[in-house]
Each structure stands twice: as C-alpha cells, then as structure tokens.
Design a protein around this ligand. Structure first.
Ligand SMILES: NC(=O)c1ccc[n+]([C@@H]2O[C@H](COP(=O)([O-])OP(=O)(O)OC[C@H]3O[C@@H](n4cnc5c(N)ncnc54)[C@H](OP(=O)(O)O)[C@@H]3O)[C@@H](O)[C@H]2O)c1
Length: 410
C-alpha cells in the first residue's frame, strides 16, 4: 500500500525525510511517497523528486494520508496542523516548541478528528520510547523522570570535563555538526525545557509551559568543577527532572551533579537518555542523540504507525495541580579573592539557615582566587540561596550553585 504524505518544511529534517522515503524497499508492505513540501519561497527553488509549494492549502486540498510537520516554531505550524486535524488527516510532528506551547489544543483537535497525532521525534528522536509506552498505559504510569535530552549540551559538558573551555567546546560541536549556528536554545536550557514540557504532557497529564519551569544553562560551569564532582562520587550532566503526585509537581532543567550510581552519569558525548520511575520499577531508555537522518527515520516510522496502527490521543485534558518547591542536594562553588571562611565556621553558618553540608573539597587556588566546593544535604532553592547570601555577606565570597541528584535507588 502506498501512503501519500505531505511535508511541512524541507530543511534539514524535511529533506532527510524525502531522501529516506525515496530509498524504501519496494517489497515493503507500506511505502511512503512524499507528494509535496511547504517551504517559504517555492518560486526560487526546484527539487527533482518533491514538488515544493509555499501554499499550505494546496497541500491539504490534495488530501494526503498523513501530514508531516517539520517546519519548527509556532506559526504557521499550529494553524496548518489544526486545519489538517479538523480535516481528519493524521499528523506526525518533530516540533517540540509547538507541542510544548499548544500540546493540549492539538491533542483535543486530534481527538475531535478521531485521528492520530504522533510526535516520537520531538524528544530524543533516536530513542523511540514515547510511542512504546503510550501503547502500555499501565507500565507508563510514571511518577518521576530524569533525563539528558539535549545532545549538544551533553557533548559540550563532556568536552569541558576533558579540560576544554565552554566556548571552544561549543565551537567544536558546531564544527562537527552537533550544534546549530545559533546554539543558545541548547546552552541556556530552553530546548530541554520544551522537551520536559512534552514529557510532562505525556506522563503526568500536565500542561506546563517551558517558562513555568526552573531553567538553568550550562554556561556557568568550568573544567575546574569536575574534579571536586569526582571526589564527591559523581559528575556534572545537563539534565531535566520532574516528580509529581495526585496534587503537586516539581521539577527543573539545568546542569546537575549526578552520582556515578545514576545511569545518566555514564552517557557521554551526544548521547541522550531518560530514566522513568514507573509502576514496574525504574526504566532506562538511552541511545544516540538525534540528527536529521535519525529524526527522519523516527518520523517515517510514526507515519507508518499512523496508518497501520492508528491511535487517537486519550488524555487531551491536562490536570491543574500545584507546583511546589523542589528539594534536592546542592553542588556549590565558593570563590573569594580574600581567604574563604574556615570549613567548620562555614558549616555552622550554613547550618544556622537549615543547610547541612555533606562533603567539602579542600580549598584550591583558581585564577588568583580561593575556591572551595560543597555538597549539601537536600533543601529548597529558597533556603540555600538565603544561606549563601549570608555567607557572601560575611566573607565577601561569591557562590555558584547547581542541583545534585542521586541515583533512583540511592
Ligand atoms: N535538526 C534536527 O536534527 C532535529 C531533530 C529533532 C527534531 N527537530 C525538529 O524538526 C523541526 C525542523 O527542524 P530543521 O532542522 O529541519 O529546521 P530547518 O532546517 O530550519 O527547516 C525548516 C523548514 O521549514 C520551512 N519553513 C519555516 N517557516 C516557514 C514558513 N513560515 N512558511 C513556509 N515554510 C517555512 C523552511 O523553509 P525554507 O527552506 O524556504 O527556509 C525550511 O524548509 C523543528 O521543529 C526541530 O525542532 C530537528
């Protein structure tokens, strides 16, 4: 059977989809033919195999079996996808920005149209786990998740761990094609926050916007932070984390100290992974980071699924539950041009604000400053920031802090 698919977007991913579709074996039970693709200015461009257009209505009017959305961004992607769903055309998208902002609206439209809306490629496209778990509602009863969902920042931090500074690690990632020409959404955590929002929709039935999530970027970390992290029994990784109950949820995006017992600590370079606390125990999905070819393969698998095994979204309404402050351990760097307070005095001062020190690294000189790293016991951000403000006021030092996570079983 031939599946006629229309493409929104013919950039990195769209053109990889067309290349892969053209290479399918003729013996396959279903083959996908790309019947047209939307680009901005079709008059300036020709493609031998795929008719290009800048008129979205023409693509929908041709009545494709499936619409593939790889335009990126919010508009016109949202309007065209809603129109397709209202015409009962199944939609496959790789666009986490669109899903993070309008996931509920799109799911409701898919339910109304009685057609699938598949988005496996929107979060760690190289590791197909969203569709797998969507077909297993009991296994996918999840109450917490921790993941590395941005291959660029994992690669950059892996290089910083090896002694590189952040700028040259990023330039290296761009040279190798792992990072966009403008990598700010990767570095500042926005890309990861959009993916966490999609994950919260699927696993927690929560409509959380990226701007409602605590987001930290990786730019404050230096190579010097990794040696104390090793002494504390772990390393530093760019993570997303969330946990929820029937009434509350909390979470964050940003670089974090993770213990060696945490399976995410072993994911190096551009690798991605996600650990889910489910009714069947802790599930780990891990694999390579996504590039256009991997993303194209996942998108086309979704197209085949949408036709051979269609499933309409079953949870299109999001719960409204309260966001509460997340309590975690903290990895703290203190630096001072004068000398830092004595370890016992520091522990006493932090303790007077309810922050308890678990481990301290010995003081080291860093660029003419004294530097010391601490690992604390769990407390909220508000509590540690108040305690560190008191330390800074008492000793003219400055503090850099990131969250610290333990392995699920620790
Ligand atoms: N790149 C990856 O490895 C990857 C991995 C996973 C998911 N994704 C997601 O896949 C999506 C596409 O990524 P990409 O890297 O392929 O982006 P891209 O290279 O920038 O391609 C975007 C395509 O959409 C077209 N387009 C954008 N705005 C348009 C508008 N207003 N009207 C008509 N056409 C428009 C562009 O047309 P022109 O060609 O005329 O400019 C271009 O063909 C994004 O949502 C991204 O997050 C990408």
């Amino acid at each position: 059977m031939e599946i006629r698919a229309a493409l929104l977007g013919f950039g990195n991913v769209g053109s990889a989809i067309a290349r892969l579709a053209a290479r399918q074996p003729r013996s396959a039970s279903h083959t996908i033919r790309i019947v047209g693709a939307l680009v901005r200015h079709s008059a300036h461009r020709k493609h031998a195999d795929v008719p290009l257009t800048s008129n979205p209505a023409a693509l929908l009017d041709a009545g494709p079996d499936v619409l593939i959305e790889v335009l990126g961004g919010l508009e016109p992607a949202r309007t065209i996808v809603l129109e397709a769903l209202s015409r009962r055309i199944p939609v496959v998208t790789a666009n986490k920005t669109l899903l993070a902002e309008h996931g509920a609206e799109l799911s409701q439209a898919a339910v109304r149209g009685g057609v699938p809306l598949y988005y496996e490629a929107s979060v760690i496209a190289g590791v197909p786990f969203l569709g797998t778990l969507a077909r297993r509602p009991l296994t996918s009863t999840v109450t917490a998740l921790t993941g590395i969902v941005n291959g660029t920042s994992n690669y950059v931090l892996s290089q910083v761990n090896r002694g590189a500074d952040l700028g040259s690690a990023l330039a290296d990632a761009q040279r190798q094609g792992f990072a966009e020409p403008d990598p700010s959404k990767d570095v500042d955590g926005i890309d990861a926050a959009e993916k966490l929002a999609v994950l919260l929709q699927q696993f927690a039935q929560l409509g959380v916007r990226p701007r409602e999530i605590e987001i930290g970027g990786i730019e404050g970390l230096t190579a010097a932070d990794f040696a104390p992290a090793r002494r504390f029994g772990g390393t530093l990784k760019p993570v997303v984390h969330a946990e929820w109950s029937n009434t509350t949820w909390s979470g964050f995006v940003g670089p974090a100290f993770v213990t060696w017992g945490n399976p995410l600590a072993a994911l190096k370079g551009t690798a991605n992974g996600i650990s889910l606390r489910s009714v069947s125990g802790d599930l780990l999905f891990a694999g390579p980071g996504a590039g256009p070819d991997v993303t194209a393969a996942t998108v086309l698998d979704d197209v085949l699924e949408a036709v051979a095994n269609p499933r309409t979204p079953d949870s299109c309404r999001h719960r409204t539950i309260t966001q509460i402050p997340l309590s975690t351990k903290w990895f703290v760097r203190l630096t001072s041009t004068a000398s830092l307070p004595d370890g016992a005095d520091l522990a006493d001062l932090l303790g007077s604000y309810g922050v308890w020190v678990q481990q301290t690294s010995s003081t080291e000189a860093q660029h003419g400053k004294d530097a010391r790293w601490l690992l604390t016991y769990a407390c909220t951000r508000h509590r540690i920031e108040r305690a560190l403000a008191a330390v800074s006021a008492a000793s003219t030092c400055s503090a850099f802090l990131i969250r610290a996570l333990e392995a699920p079983s620790e």
